[in-house]
Design a protein around this ligand. Structure first.
Ligand code: MV4
Length: 479
């Protein structure tokens, strides 16, 4: 493998190219007209413009990207996350043109993309799943019977959904029929597939996911868990590894379940198996994400592996160079997603120019960044500027480093989620480790953040005033 095309933009494009370069592999970037001056373009050895700013006319043009890859004589394509990364048709096109897709086979992507097909695939293994239907609902009487047996509240999910898209909670029997009808028509228009199924609603779970990696020789490893419960509207904001609630026994069982999920669908490459963990520490398989995830760095920091390096090795047909027994958790890592969003204003995208943009640095600080000072934040794509990742020998140290790094991070021109990260890291519920997926809803409000910032501003003003008065005194000393 001499040359890789990265079919993505921003921090993840740079992240992938960094490892490719380390391995002596040349890189090709693709970019839209909005990204002509973007850092990922300059980072690459070669770069090609693939179309207009909207992703439908550039980063989502799979056939066009493959054509460019052929012209540029690349050997493999890395899809990053988002865009074409979980598009089985794209994975197939890449392979059909004699190129290597750095990711799982199209069949695994397709199976896991359909949540019902995913449950079906893992059935032969002993994987705990949330009680519910294992097929699409077509009959209201059956839906009612299933729901009564499970007990309300229940959750309706779209088979083609995932990541929280197309979910509906039903609290009581009388809402069931109308909610199913709505869920079906929503799923039909959103995904072109109206199939929905029912699950028992787990009311206050934690979201725990396991990183896995499989080679083409039948070896599958897990790299322990990531705790991703701090999210708002299904968008993760803070992630960490390891989780503060898993015992080594539970970690081992969840890790083995994740490996079985990967085995069940003939998985190759990097993947993530999502679980819910309830208050009694029961875990349930939810879905598998067939890509390298945004939050992969926390796993890298606690295990010392480079997941992109392993992805590339596996794509070259090599055996995984480590064994499960050799993998150990060392220390603790946190990740804060730095979005150009305003936490004071319902996290609305805050577009504009990065008038000032300085990254924190120091021991235990990693920034996976895609922006630089003077750049405009494009409105066309996800507004994530960077990921701020910190490492410590224990959780408190990682949190402390995160607080320091947040205070060193300088952004002017757009609002960011940095103050929100500060809020989370100082919150007693977060610090104690006792939280679930409702953390933001239960503990956060714009008013609380504003009040804290006002107190800080008052302290700063008082310190400044005192200094001013001191200086005055000195100046008045007669000579
Ligand atoms: C659930 C659930 C409760 N019960 N399934 C949201 C993302 C998608 N992967 C599945 N999700 C959920 N599925 C049952 N049976 C609660 C959620 C959920 C959630 C899960 C993980 C992280 C954040 C979440 C926020 C709201 C709901």
């Amino acid at each position: 493998m001499q040359k890789i095309l990265v079919a993505n933009r921003g921090e993840i494009a740079i992240r992938v190219m960094r490892t490719a370069r380390k391995m002596g592999i040349k890189t090709v970037a693709v970019f839209s007209e909005a990204d002509r001056d973007a850092p990922h373009v300059r980072f690459a050895d070669e770069a090609v413009c693939i179309g207009e700013a909207p992703s439908s006319k550039s980063y989502l043009k799979g056939a066009h990207i493959v054509e460019i890859a052929r012209t540029m004589r690349v050997d493999a394509i890395h899809p990053g996350y988002g865009f074409l990364s979980e598009n089985s048709g794209f994975a197939r096109t890449v392979t059909e043109h004699g190129l290597v897709f750095i990711g799982p086979g199209p069949e695994a992507i397709q199976t896991m993309g359909d949540k019902l097909a995913a449950k079906e695939a893992v059935k032969a293994y002993d994987i705990p799943m949330v009680p519910g239907t294992d097929h699409a609902i077509s009959d209201m009487d059956e839906a009612l019977e299933v729901s009564r047996n499970i007990g309300f509240p229940i959750l309706i999910k779209a088979a083609a959904g995932g990541g929280g898209k197309g979910m509906r909670i039903v609290e009581a029997e009388k809402e069931l029929k109308s909610q199913i009808q709505r869920a079906m028509s929503e799923a039909e228009s959103a995904f072109g597939d109206g199939s929905v199924f029912i699950e028992k609603y787990i009311s206050s779970p934690r979201h725990i996911e396991i990183q896995v990696m499989a080679d083409t020789h039948g070896n599958i490893l897990h790299f322990f868990e990531r705790e991703c419960s701090i999210q708002r509207r299904h968008q993760k904001v803070v992630e960490e590894a390891p989780s503060s609630v898993l015992t080594s026994e539970l970690r081992d069982r969840m890790g083995r379940a994740a490996v079985d999920v990967a085995r069940a669908c003939g998985y190759v490459g990097a993947g993530t198996v999502e679980f819910l963990l309830d208050g009694e520490h029961n875990f349930y398989f939810l879905e598998m994400n067939t890509r390298l995830q945004v939050e992969h760095p926390v796993t890298e920091l606690i295990t010392g592996v480079d997941l992109v390096d392993l992805q590339i090795r596996v794509a070259r047909g090599e055996k995984l160079p480590i064994s499960q027994e050799e993998l150990r958790i060392r220390g603790h890592a946190l990740e804060l997603r730095v979005y150009a969003e305003d936490p004071q204003n319902d996290f609305l995208p805050s577009v504009g120019k990065l008038e000032r943009y300085r990254l924190p640095e120091g021991p235990g600080i990693r920034v996976d960044n895609g922006f630089e000072e003077g750049m405009q934040v494009p409105i066309y794509y996800d507004p994530m500027l960077a990921k701020l990742i910190t490492y410590g020998s224990n959780r408190i140290e990682a949190i402390q480093r995160m607080l320091e790094a947040i205070s060193m991070y300088q952004v002017e021109g757009v609002a960011t989620t940095l103050p929100f990260g500060d809020f989370v890291c100082r919150h007693p519920a977060f610090r104690s480790g006792d939280f679930n997926t409702h953390f933001v809803r239960e503990h956060y409000s714009a008013e609380l953040l504003r009040a804290r910032e006002e107190t800080e501003a008052r302290i700063a003003a008082a310190v400044a005033l005192r200094q001013y008065l001191e200086d005055q005194k000195q100046l008045r000393i007669p000579t």
